[in-house]
Design a protein around this ligand. Sequence first.
Ligand code: C2O
Length: 574
Amino acid sequence: MGSFNNSHCCIFFFFSFGLLLLLASFANAKVHYHDFVIQATPVKRLCNTHSTITVNGMYPGPTLEVNDGDTLVVKVTNKAIYNATIHWHGIRQIRTAWADGPEMVTQCPIRPGMSYTYRFTIQGQVGTLWWHAHSSWLRATVYGALIIHPKEGSSYPFPKPTRETAILLGEWWNANPMDVVRQATLTGATPNISDAYTINGQPGDLYSCSSQDTVVVPIDSGETNLLRVINSALNQQLFFAIANHQFTVVGADASYIKPFTTSVIVLGPGQTTDVLIQGNQPPSRYYMAARAYASAQNAPFDNTTTTAILEYKSATCPKKCLSVTPVMPTLPAFNDTNTVTGFTTKFRSPQKVEVPTEIDESLFFTVGLGLNKCPPNFKSNQCQGPNGTRFTASMNNASFVLPANFSLLQAHHQRIPGVFTTDFPANPPLKFDFTGNVSRSIWQPVSGTKVYKLKYGSRVQIVLQGTRIFTAENHPIHLHGYDFYIIAEGFGNFNPSTDTSKFNLVDPPLRNTVGLPVGGWAVIRFVADNPGVWLMHCHLDVHITWGLAVALLVENGVGELQALEAPPPDLPPC
Ligand code: C2O
């Protein structure tokens, strides 16, 4: 007869208690199944009906709502005539790069008639992200919100808002966007500018045939509404404001930030900003509006303004007030870079964060446009860029070309030679006055499929340096598979001997897309702890079309949980 053993009892108790906790956390995390059908759908905008590529016939597409820790399983069936993929913009995709979505980078396209199921888990991200097609210019109309609520049982670090509204800013062409980009690729010139901006798919009252369908966002007196603002426009940074209402900015790119108030926000394509608004104005109707922040000099842009209406539901609102023309907010001028700088430099993490201080990989990437001389076998109508050239773009003088026969990730995983080279340079091949008067002789980059290799766990710093090649402009630079800290930004050429003193290593914001100041630089840091092949590119689709991208290849670590998962069985073949 054994005596009662106290310590065994305790071990047993703690073991079962731990198991219970584990089970409880699994029970909380949910798996969400969705079906996405990519299809042509008639959409009426600006007085005409257009055959438009949508998801499930919706424009914008369906909103996905999950909690942090949940798993998404989205079966995407392609019933359109174009190749397609879906990217989950900002989702870290830890060990699941196969589900990231950029065409020919992490997968081959879903061919017309085929399908692919994306499976991934949200790990430690809360706030607003979005999903969009990542194949040619399909994302012009194929996009939607991806909202991540805190884990069940945890809450926002601010008073719970009464309402939450996703605000998707978009860009609309009366032509098929796929034809617009095809035409530009043919001529070498800039693509046609859009015909309208949209809020949740609608241009609003300032466009013809649109006011019937202007989006109405409700609010009540005394309420707080959390607006999840997403810039899903294809090629344009946008200012956004609401008449007589201040914003309290509380988050961006699915990370919280230290709250601050502002009357206008600016977002580059790819960026999201969560703001609180208070129903503290006389019950009435107020316009919310967005229009371009256009930083490139003398470049054509869509200078229209999209509107929606913030409408008080309060009973005290007399019937009549609903017919009153809403007040218009003041938006900054198109070239108001000061407002942009004032806004972006206010971003801080809510508390002290762990920014890598020792750096293993110190990289310097130039970012800019270029002009290629007309190739000898091209006709003059194929060289309609300035002075008979063709537009191009590059990072470190390398203009990125997608591979044709295998995705980069597949080539890496299966060790298929000849698909990419690993000679993307850590520094620009030539040092010049990047933001000064750049000599015409260095306007032509070299095309190729180059990646930059990173060891698992390496601590990376990238100085992104804009150039004035052809023209300087603000570039929204997005990195797949990671969030990064933006530790500094400035104008002119980055100067390591003076600018390092400006580094914020205490509470810099964590984001997935940084707006590179026009004719300036930004410095980002992250730890390369997610194996895979990750595209880094300008989120102006016109620039990615011209090659403004690079892929970072992050090798597997030694541990089992430091390696890329096996590819899913239904990964589309090439
Ligand atoms: Cu939002 Cu490479 O994309």
